[in-house]
Structure formats: C-alpha cells, structure tokens
Ligand binder design. Structure first.
Ligand code: PGA
Length: 221
C-alpha cells in the first residue's frame, strides 16, 4: 500500500542485540539498507541482562538474544544457530586432542564473561550439571578482550563460535574438541507481544527470517 511504501521510504529502526550477535547482524544490515536507503538504523549491543532491561522499558523495536525471557510477554521468532564452543590458544596442548572429557576443563585457567551475560549462564548450567568447578583466572565483559586474553596465553574460555568468525584458519585461536560441546544455543528475534511493529520493523523481521538467515547460513563464520 501507499502507507507501507512511505513507511519504508523514511523509517527509523531501533534494534538491540546480545554481544555475540554483533558479529553477524551488521553484515545482514547491508543488503537491507541498500534496498531501503531511507531507513535509518540504530543498533545497540549489550549482554543478556542489558537486553532484558531495555525490553522492560520498551526502548527498541526488535531484540536478538538466545534465551527468551518469560517476562514480559514477548513474541519470539527463531533466527539462527548460536553454538557455544571451547576456545584455546592454537599452541595449547589440548588443541590436538579428541573427545576431551569436560572434567578436564577444570584443570585449565578459565576466562569467564561478566555476570548478566547469557553465555556465562549457559556455561554455568553445563558446568553445574557435570559438577565441573572452573579455575576462574579472569572475568572480562568483552568477547574481543577474551579472545585477546586467549591469544596471550592467559587461559581457555567458552564463547559463541560466531566470535571467531573472521579469524580464519591462520588465527591464533583453536576450538577444542570437548565432550558435551558445542552447547546448542539458538538466537531469537523478539519483541514485546503488545507492541504494534512499525512498517520498517515488520519488514526487517521478515528480512531476517528469510534472506538475512540465508546470507548468514551461507557465510563461513
Ligand atoms: P551474552 O549473549 O553473553 O552477550 O549475554 C548471550 C545470548 O546469546 O543471548
């Protein structure tokens, strides 16, 4: 309709995504913005609890995260696999081993995300389930900083595989072959159930679930 066209000609879209999704979403915005050059986008990146806060204050049109909250009432659309993997320095002795028992991770200096991180929550639950107590060496509130710490030989960590998307085979970081991994997380696009989505937000939601998803799945992250 004419109204729809107008909405897409000059819309404003506010999205907030979890820290690990920042490796994927900006790339998917490219083709969308080319199609709708009048659309202006504000993208915020925060952790799981940061998203819950913004959601409860109705700050954005759409959010992307792994664990869909029970409260407030939201509509959730499955989007993309987000496997969590064990990362170590390329030179680490475990880098060449196969089927490493999860208990062995307790022997390694461990770098953890900050409290409020969804990634940390998933890791904590898996460790609890297997009665693994990690030797936490350092807490860092940034996936990038954790990668640098791993590269610097400070320890191992568990992060979304998407965080090493652009590292390439020559990168300094290896994925360890540990039993019970990857942790199979999944990203969802969510919005407040009672919120009337704008034309632009609706278009972006549809784009993410179709073309955006395809681009992401066909990219070697
Ligand atoms: P986070 O992301 O660790 O940055 O909070 C978790 C998620 O995938 O929801």
């Amino acid at each position: 309709s004419v109204a729809d066209m107008k909405g897409l000609k000059q819309g404003y879209l506010k999205i907030t995504v979890v820290t690990t999704a920042k490796y994927v979403i900006p790339r998917l915005l490219g083709p969308f913005c080319q199609r709708y050059p009048g659309v202006e986008i504000a993208l915020k990146v925060t952790n799981h609890s940061g998203i819950l806060e913004r959601l409860s204050e109705n700050k954005d049109d759409l959010y992307i995260l792994s664990q869909v909250p029970d409260e407030p009432d939201v509509k959730a659309h499955p989007f993309l696999a987000n496997p969590l993997v064990v990362l170590a320095n390329h030179d680490h002795p475990l880098a060449n081993e196969k089927n490493i028992p999860i208990q062995k991770l307790a022997d390694e200096p461990f770098i953890t995300r900050e409290s409020g991180s969804g990634t940390r929550g998933y890791v904590q639950r898996l460790f609890d389930e297997h009665k693994v107590t990690p030797k936490v060496k350092m807490e860092l509130a940034s996936n990038e900083a954790i990668k640098q710490a791993i590269a610097g030989g400070l320890g191992i960590s568990i992060l979304s595989r998407h965080t090493i998307a652009l590292e390439g085979a020559s990168g300094q970081i290896a994925i360890l072959d540990v039993e019970n991994f990857p942790i199979h997380c999944h990203w969802y696009v969510i919005h407040l159930a009672g919120k009337q989505l704008s034309v632009v937000a609706q278009a972006f939601l549809e784009y993410l679930q179709t073309e955006g998803k395809q681009i992401a799945e066909n990219t070697t992250w």
